[in-house]
Ligand binder design. Structure first.
Ligand code: NZQ
Ligand code: ZN
Length: 395
């Protein structure tokens, strides 16, 4: 087992009605004036925003609001948020929504504590040293942003999508009511499940060595989502299924499923995420669906470097009964692909709705390698040419 740091400071309250705790928790964490930050309107239609506002009012916390965060949230909205918060004297960001609203709130938090342009952090021109506090009421189980150290923002001018990872942006509190996810449409529900599983896989496929109990936790989390996703799709108001998926989402991306893992000095593999971020940066696809679309290509490409690991996944997660490691590994890849298909996820780029030219493959790989300056991955290190090959295999 490698040395590791596990830091999951977010105060979580889980269950029916927890959104009504928003006002009290903002006060508890020192907020004097709140920005309510949300997306395209689902939280208004559901009445959630009104309930959160009532809770802020009851706690005597003044607020201003800024909606209109889009999936793959934009830097322009972040800049608008920073300006508004400065003007209004806001000192606490409260995201009500999915990963996009939370990531945008985290970015505003960075921007408020910085004199320059907040994109500097995402462009790697500066490193954040401070942030304003963020809390969230989650409405979509997917990204794990409610407990993660990550904020991912797209720059609509450059077509770049970039993440910043620091403990500074971790939510002070996360309010998780599974009932709030009943209205999530089937495609987003399935994409969320693919994303959750991917966050655990990125840490699980990180090297050959066994790390217990981390491996067993990771396998259990993935098995839970595989079991519960079809239930949530069949009956969107299945509380136990929605609850399991929601908690799996937080556990998958708060570091728990990676403790002690890592190869080549990297905690986790993250190649699928890096490859996907270029896809959603350039083509604005749904993140979880993009991950699903490249998984088979990536896993087939890297599996020969870690057949035992993939065989373990096949046997312990996908129930493959096959003695030979390589055959088991391939059967596991096929079985997981079948699962993705069964929940309506794409399993290649065509099914994702993209027909890519050779030039577009070049551009994706060039961007993903940060213009030829980095490699990615851990199970197998991928240089720019490997990235292009994975995109080609996924085409
Ligand atoms: O905008 P509204 O109207 O709220 O609608 C949203 C949006 O259209 C809708 N939705 C959310 N909750 C709903 C609902 N519709 C009905 N009922 C509800 N309860 O769902 C759509 C997608 O929302 P979004 O927040 O974009 O989805 P998600 O949570 O999947 O977030 C995706 C973003 O997070 C990034 C992704 O790259 C992407 O930009 N990620 C963030 C991570 C992190 N911060 O740790 C890690 C991930 O790997 C990921 O990269
Ligand atoms: Zn993700």
């Amino acid at each position: 087992m490698n040395n590791f740091k596990y830091f999951a400071p977010t105060h979580v309250e889980f269950g029916k009605g927890v959104e009504e705790r928003a006002g009290a928790l903002v006060r508890q964490f020192g907020g004097k004036k709140v920005l309510l930050h949300y997306g395209g309107g689902s939280v208004k239609r559901s009445g959630l925003l009104d309930r959160v506002i009532a809770s802020l009012d009851a706690a005597g916390v003044p607020w201003v609001e800024l909606g209109g965060v889009v999936p793959n949230p934009r830097i322009s909205k972040v800049r608008e948020g920073v300006e508004l918060c400065r003007r209004e004297g806001v000192d606490f960001l409260l995201a009500v929504g999915g990963g996009s609203a939370i990531d945008s709130a985290k970015a505003i938090g960075y921007g408020l504590a910085y004199d320059g342009d907040v994109w500097d952090f995402y462009a790697r021109k500066a490193t954040p040293t401070a942030s304003f506090p963020v809390g969230c009421v989650l409405t979509l189980a997917a990204t794990g942003s409610e407990m993660s150290d990550s904020s991912v923002i797209s720059n609509e001018e450059t077509g770049q999508k970039r993440g910043v990872n620091t403990d500074l942006c971790r939510c002070k509190f996360a309010l998780l009511n599974p009932e709030l996810t009943y209205t999530v449409p089937p495609y987003q529900t399935a994409a969320g499940c693919a994303d959750i599983i991917s966050h655990t896989m990125e840490r699980y496929f990180a090297g050959e060595e066994t790390v217990e109990p981390t491996d067993s936790i990771a396998e259990g989390v993935i098995r839970s989502v595989i079991e519960m996703a079809p239930r949530a799709l069949r009956n969107p108001e299945d509380y136990e299924a929605r609850a399991a998926i929601m908690w799996a989402g937080s556990l998958s991306h708060n570091g728990l499923t990676g403790c002690g893992h890592g190869g080549h000095g990297r905690v986790g593999d993250w190649a699928c995420h890096q490859l996907e971020h270029e896809l959603s940066g350039m083509f604005d696809v749904t993140h979880g669906a993009g991950l699903a679309a490249i998984w088979e290509a990536w896993s087939t490409y890297v599996m020969p470097c870690a057949p035992k690991r993939f065989a373990r996944f096949a046997r312990n997660v996908m129930g493959v009964a096959e003695a030979d490691d390589e055959k088991a590994a391939l059967a596991g890849i096929a079985a997981y692909k079948e699962f993705l298909r069964s929940i309506g996820m794409p399993t290649n780029l065509r099914e994702l709705g993209l027909t890519l030219t050779d030039e577009q493959l070049d551009k994706l790989a060039y961007n993903c390698s940060f213009e030829g300056t980095r490699d990615i991955g851990s199970v197998r290190i991928l240089a720019e040419s490997d990235m292009r090959e994975v995109y080609r295999l996924a085409r």
